[in-house]
Ligand binder design. Structure first.
Ligand code: ZN
Length: 244
C-alpha cells in the first residue's frame, strides 16, 4: 500500500517536472506565447500578443519605447484635448518610410493615431498584411490607404449616444492596399470581388481580430462596406471586443 502511494507521488512529480520542462522550452523558443513575457513588436504573434497590445493603451511611454525598439519611425504628437470626450495625450504619426522592411507604408503621412493603435498596426502590417499579400499575389503591399483616425464624434456621427473610438484617435479606418506593381485592392471592390482579393482582405480582417480590441469589416454592416475599422479603445471606453 505504502509502496503504491510512493509510486503515485513519483508519477505526479514526473508529470510536474515534464510540464515545467515544457514551459521552459516554450519560453525559450516561443516567448510570445507566454502571458508574462515582455511584448516585442517584431516577434511573431503569440497567444497573448493581443492582450499585451491592448495594455499599451494605458502606458504611452512604454508604447513609444516599443515602437522605437522595433525600428518604427514616428514622431510623438503634442497632447490635443479640445473637449472632455475628444482628443489624445498619446498620439503618434508614422514618419514617411524609406522603403525598408521596418517602414510603415501609409499613403498619407498625416495619420495621427494613439500609440497603441500604431503598435497594433505595425504588427498587423508585418505579420498579417504582408504575408497575406505574398500568399495571394506573390508580392508585398507598398501602400496602405486609410480614411483617417481622429474625429471628434459619437458612434456613426450621431448627435447622442456613445463616443466613437475615433474621438480619442484609438481607431483607424483602412480603405485599400496598393501592391508593389500598382494594383489597388479596395475593401469596397474586393470584398465580394476577385477571389484572390476577397481571400486577402478576409485574411487581413481575421488577422486584425487577434491584434485589435475591435475589428469591423463589410461583414458587420453597410456602414463598413468600404473600410476595415480597427480600434484599440481604452479599457471601459466601449467595453466590448468584437470581430465581425
Ligand atoms: Zn472607424
Amino acid at each position: 500500500m505504502r509502496a503504491l502511494s510512493i509510486t503515485k507521488w513519483l508519477g505526479a512529480l514526473l508529470v510536474v517536472a515534464a510540464a515545467l520542462a515544457l514551459l521552459y522550452a516554450m519560453a525559450r523558443r516561443h516567448p510570445e506565447d507566454l502571458p508574462w513575457t515582455a511584448l516585442d513588436l517584431s516577434a511573431p504573434i503569440g497567444a497573448f500578443t493581443g492582450r499585451k497590445l491592448a495594455g499599451l493603451a494605458e502606458d504611452a511611454p512604454r508604447c513609444r519605447a516599443l515602437l522605437a525598439e522595433a525600428g518604427v519611425r514616428f514622431v510623438a504628437l503634442p497632447s490635443h484635448r479640445p473637449s472632455p470626450h475628444c482628443g489624445y495625450n498619446d498620439g503618434v504619426r508614422f514618419a514617411p518610410g524609406a522603403g525598408d522592411a521596418r517602414s510603415i507604408a501609409y499613403r498619407s503621412a498625416d495619420l495621427d493615431i494613439s500609440c497603441a493603435v500604431a503598435a497594433a498596426l505595425a504588427v498587423w502590417e508585418w505579420r498579417v498584411v504582408q504575408p497575406a499579400a505574398l500568399e495571394a499575389f506573390g508580392q508585398r503591399v507598398a501602400e496602405i490607404e486609410h480614411l483617417g483616425s481622429y474625429a471628434c464624434r459619437r458612434l456613426y456621427g450621431a448627435s447622442e449616444g456613445r463616443w466613437s473610438a475615433h474621438a480619442t484617435a484609438d481607431a483607424v479606418d483602412i480603405a485599400a492596399f496598393v501592391l508593389e506593381d500598382g494594383r489597388r485592392i479596395s475593401v469596397l471592390g474586393g470584398w465580394s470581388g476577385d477571389a484572390d482579393e476577397a481571400r486577402f482582405l478576409r485574411a487581413a480582417r481575421d488577422g486584425a481580430c487577434d491584434l485589435f480590441a475591435t475589428t469591423l469589416s463589410p461583414d458587420y454592416n453597410a456602414a463598413h462596406a468600404d473600410h476595415l475599422h480597427l480600434d484599440q479603445a481604452k479599457r471601459g471606453a466601449i467595453g466590448w471586443r468584437a470581430c465581425r
